[in-house]
Design a protein around this ligand. Structure first.
Ligand SMILES: [Zn+2]
Length: 120
């Protein structure tokens, strides 16, 4: 069977029809499904920076939980755990890139720690 070329409804790039789900490519699906969690990560990171400035204590587990949530969202779309982790890392990096608090986080390591979660 020949796959049809179809445009993703979101980014308008062309894909073969079997790569699309609900007319969206994987990248766009991932972006959509993680938008809320990414916004939360940005918010919490801002809080972490604020707390640090004022000498307050910020519980880093909050960010851990958000990273787990990010990965779980992606695992609903991608069954290959390694691919899901790679995408989770990418979305996480996108959420924190350019933020003043980003360097407070050993992000890659912590995402790697989530691999246990992905393989469950
Ligand atoms: Zn797309």
């Amino acid at each position: 069977m020949t796959a049809l070329l179809v445009r993703c409804r979101s980014c308008r790039r062309e894909y073969s029809s079997d790569e699309l789900r609900k007319m969206a490519c994987l990248d766009c699906q991932v972006r959509e499904t993680t938008a809320e969690v990414r916004a939360d990560i940005t918010r919490q990171l801002n809080r972490a920076v604020r707390y640090r400035r004022t000498g307050g204590r910020f519980n880093p587990e909050i960010l851990d939980r958000l990273r787990s949530r990010l990965l779980r969202r992606i695992l609903e779309l991608v069954t290959d755990p390694r691919k899901a982790l790679e995408l989770a890392d990418r979305e996480y990096q996108a959420a924190i890139s350019g933020m003043p608090g980003a360097k407070l986080l050993p992000s890659r390591l912590e995402v790697a720690r989530l691999s246990g979660l992905a393989s469950q």
